[in-house]
Unconditional design. Structure first.
Length: 134
């Protein structure tokens, strides 16, 4: 999918989130779940949280100014839920893995299909895109 230059990096970063959600979905045994209890907090801290902060700093305020409050509120609510689930996983709660993975995948799909689509029209219409598909 073509993205404006302003959204391209955020869109690329979604690959990490989807990959993590897939690993969580495929983790069936105790060894795999234990590995994820160690991995998820690190990936969240190093990759997902900075991504959330970038969206919250540079994307959501202009969208709110354009009147897209429902999209902004949903994004912020899902970020808060994902942060809470990541904290539970960091505290060793294996039962939080599946809900985290499910929400993470749904959140990325929402951002790609709805949030970014609206941002393209409302914020970046006419901004440079190239022929690359992301």
């Amino acid at each position: 999918m073509k993205r404006s230059v302003a959204l391209r990096q955020l869109s690329r970063e979604h690959h990490t989130a989807l990959s993590l959600a897939l690993h969580i979905a495929k983790a069936t045994g105790p060894e795999a779940r234990n590995a994820l209890l160690a991995t998820v907090p690190v990936v969240f801290r190093d990759e997902l949280e900075p991504h959330f902060q970038a969206e919250e700093r540079s994307l959501l305020p202009p969208l709110a100014q354009q009147g897209e409050t429902a999209l902004v509120e949903r994004t912020l609510a899902e970020h808060a839920q994902l942060r809470a689930l990541a904290a539970a996983i960091g505290a060793g709660e294996a039962s939080a893995l599946a809900p985290f993975g499910t929400l993470l995948q749904a959140h990325v799909r929402f951002e790609e299909r709805e949030l970014f689509a609206v941002a393209e029209v409302r914020l970046y219409a006419g901004s440079a895109t190239d022929n690359a598909t992301d």
